[in-house]
Structure formats: C-alpha cells, structure tokens
Design a protein around this ligand. Structure first.
Ligand code: 5GP
Length: 254
C-alpha cells in the first residue's frame, strides 16, 4: 500500500504525486460512470485490467515513435507517468458509426465510415463535453494550430496502428478517445499522448459476432461487463495470472 499525496481524483482514476519531480502515479479504479456521471457503478477488476491494457498499448505505441506520458507499471493498479499539462480537448477517432455520432447524424450504428473521422470535444463536465470545431480550440487558446496539426497526425497514426493490432486479435476498433498533454523539458515543450487507452475509452467489437467488448456493456446495461475487459486482456496476452482481483487501493494522504 502506498501513502502518497493525492492531487486529483477523476471518475475512473486518481493521480498521486510521483516519487520524483515531474512524475505522477496514476491509479486505476473499478468505478464506472457514464452519461457524464448520471449512471454510476463498478466493474470488478476493471482497474487492474485497464492498468495492464493501457500499459501494453502505450508501450507498443511508444515503440513506433508516438511519444506518451507512460513510464512504467508499478503494481496491479498503479503506473508511473510523466506529469503533463493536459490539453482540454478530447480527440475522438471513428472508423465505424456508433454512439453519439450515430445519434447526432442519424447514421445507423455499425455503418463503416468512408474514411476515418476525427472529432473534438471540449473537456467540461458542466457542459457535458460539447462537440467543438478547431476554430473554437484555437480561438479560445486551448491549443495552437500547430499543436492541433501534431495532435491530428498522431491520432491518425494511433488509429492505423491500433486498428491493425486489434484486427489481428479478431477485434474491430470502432472508435476511441485520446487526450494529449504538453510535456515541458527545460526550454522545450512537446505534445505527448496522455490519459489511458483501454476498453473504457475505445469501442471494441468482436469481428465475427459484433459482440461489444468495452464500456458500452456497462453504459447500455448489457451483462458480462467484467468478462468483456478480461477477454480483451486475454486476446492481448496480458491477463494477470492471478486474475484481475486484488486488494483495496492505496491509503491516501490529504
Ligand atoms: P461517443 O462520442 O460516441 O460517446 O464516444 C466515442 C468514443 O470515445 C467511445 O469509444 C467512447 O468510449 C470514447 N469517449 C468519448 N467521451 C468519453 C469520455 O468522456 N470518457 C471516456 N472514458 N471515453 C469517452
């Protein structure tokens, strides 16, 4: 059990001060929320699995030259990350119509898109993360045009890589959400991939059966939510041998 100063608590994760300056510890909870906190619950073992899944995917992305905040996994539920200044924009990449895209545009869920579509949402719980254009992002100074160019090209590379990786495991990558941050190193600043990549922020469907293997099982009251996360980890070859269950989280120092 760690005793670290908590610096932020989100819906699915907690951030603690890291062991060295410029680092943070990211702790993965089992809590699940949807529809901007209007639906709440837990998915047993989710935090353990997402910690592993995100470690695996961030590591693979690092290997192909995508800079990320990930340093190393510390234990079942925690990973060490670089401290970054989060850009308040959620980047959603879509390959197949689903979720809010289908609702907004009346495109039936499951329709393949003619090409990948990238959307931006302003990170704001009060406003329910509204869809915004690059115009809003640059006019309000949330990110510069140069930063948005870099974010777009990184997001498309991430999409190409993850689409292929999941397809090899019999999983269709329908869509996913990314977050980026500014990493300051002396005089230099660069944009890095932050947050997590897991079934909490990706839609993953089985190629053969179209079965949902992601947080939509919770959002839409489908059964076997726990198994879906386990199955993704199993296909990635990273299911913890002891299973996803572990003890309670760390004691926090306020
Ligand atoms: P949609 O806009 O259809 O609700 O979501 C598109 C994709 O981005 C889905 O894979 C969804 O999981 C992810 N996503 C969008 N907003 C959020 C968010 O606020 N939190 C999480 N965890 N994922 C999100």
């Amino acid at each position: 059990m760690s005793r670290r100063r908590q610096i932020y608590e989100g819906k699915a994760k907690v951030l603690f001060e890291g062991p060295e300056p410029g680092t943070l510890v990211q702790y993965f909870k089992d809590d699940a929320t949807a529809y901007n906190n209007r639906k709440r619950g837990t998915i047993t073992g989710k935090g353990v699995l997402n910690n592993r899944i995100s470690e695996y995917l961030m590591t693979r992305l690092g290997e192909i030259g995508i800079p990320t905040h990930f340093l190393r996994r510390l234990n079942m539920r925690e990973q060490l990350i670089k401290e970054v200044e989060i850009i308040p924009v959620e980047v959603v990449v879509r390959n197949v119509a689903a979720g809010s895209f289908s609702n907004r545009l009346g495109v039936p869920e499951g329709s393949a898109l003619p090409r990948s579509i990238v959307e931006h949402f302003y990170k704001s719980d009060e406003l329910d993360d509204p869809l915004v254009a690059e115009e809003h992002i640059t006019a309000f100074g949330w990110a510069t045009p140069q930063e948005m160019d870099e974010i777009l090209s990184m997001s498309l590379r991430v999409n190409d890589f993850l689409t292929g990786l999941f397809f090899g495991l019999g999983i269709r990558l329908i869509d996913f959400k990314l977050e980026f941050g500014r990493l300051y190193e002396g005089e230099d600043m660069r944009i890095v991939l932050a947050d997590e990549i897991s079934p909490d922020n990706c839609r993953l469907w089985d190629v053969k059966t179209n079965e949902k293997m992601d947080k939509d099982r919770f959002r839409r009251d489908l059964d076997r939510g726990e198994e879906a996360y386990q199955e993704v980890a199993r296909r990635l070859g990273i299911l913890p041998e002891s299973g996803p269950r572990d003890l309670k989280g760390p004691e926090t120092m306020q």
